[in-house]
Design a protein around this ligand. Structure first.
Ligand SMILES: [Cu+2]
Length: 135
């Protein structure tokens, strides 16, 4: 059976490629739906007994995080940058100098893209925060 011309076969091939592209696009959309929220210009992170809420933030380059200690806390906490992106300058400025139980705030602007891992030094196993700063 020879129904299809060479041209038709080529067209069929193009259709198959287009379908593959659509499938790939759908896959990307599904992955995006599961990924964390889009990069933000600013975010609020609450410091609680014994977690950072949320525990993951994606920021735009130059974005800011404001940490606010919960008024419900009965334990002291701090914010400490355990690991930052390579070449990060003034690393110490990403950590609080003191601890607080309640009524405290800490704000930091992120100019260097990359991944930042924060902990509370008093509760290093429970309290983690990952900040990703996009390029
Ligand atoms: Cu803590």
């Amino acid at each position: 059976m020879r129904l299809r011309s060479r041209r038709a076969r080529r067209r069929l091939g193009q259709l198959a490629l287009a379908s593959a592209a659509v499938v790939a696009l759908l896959g990307t959309a599904a992955a995006a739906a599961q990924a964390p929220a889009a990069a933000r210009k600013s975010a609020l992170v609450t410091v609680n007994d014994f977690y950072f809420g949320p525990d993951a933030v994606t920021l735009k380059k130059g974005g800011t995080i404001k940490w606010v200690w919960s008024s419900a806390n009965t334990n002291p906490h701090d914010v400490h940058l355990k690991k930052g992106p390579k070449g990060l300058k003034e690393k110490a400025t990403y950590s609080t100098k003191t601890t607080a139980v309640t009524d405290a705030e800490f704000k930091k602007t992120f100019k260097t893209p990359g991944t930042y891992h924060f902990i509370c030094t008093i509760h290093p196993t429970e309290m983690h925060l990952t900040v990703v700063v996009k390029k």
